[in-house]
Ligand binder design. Structure first.
Ligand code: HEC
Length: 98
């Protein structure tokens, strides 16, 4: 299996940047691990994020990457990853980006 950095680049990088301030289709993910959900300034989140009162950690990222709409009702992230080992590898990579 490719490492977390490669997985991120291939599976998330089209929509998300890790370079602070850089916007793509999705919110910037620099420092996302440990950040409160839905708080990138200027990004227009779907309405469900108004109720997102958690910070992103393993317990929240894992189900979100498996099925975003199960976590954020009406969410618009067009990505789903059924394989737990791939989710874990990407989450571990995001955690290292601090
Ligand atoms: C097709 C584009 C697309 C892909 C691919 C994608 N995302 Fe997203 N992502 C989005 C969009 C759009 C949102 C905002 C969703 C909303 O407003 O409902 C989002 C939101 C997020 C959030 C919430 C961020 C915050 O500020 O609260 C996280 C975390 C996230 N994505 C992680 C990932 C990861 C990790 C991957 C790869 C495994 C990924 N996304 C793949 C488009 C994408």
């Amino acid at each position: 299996m490719p490492d977390g950095a490669t997985l991120f680049r291939r599976q998330c990088g089209t929509c998300h940047s890790l370079t602070p301030g850089e916007a793509r289709q999705g919110p910037n993910l620099a420092g996302v691990y440990g950040r409160k959900a839905g708080t990138v300034p200027g990004f227009k989140y779907s309405a469900g994020f108004a109720d997102a009162d958690w910070t992103w950690d393993d317990a929240h990222l894992d189900p979100y990457l498996a099925n975003p709409q199960a976590v954020i009702k009406g969410g618009v992230m067009g990505y789903r990853q059924a394989k737990p080992e791939i989710r874990q590898s990407i989450i571990a990579y995001l955690k290292e980006q601090h």
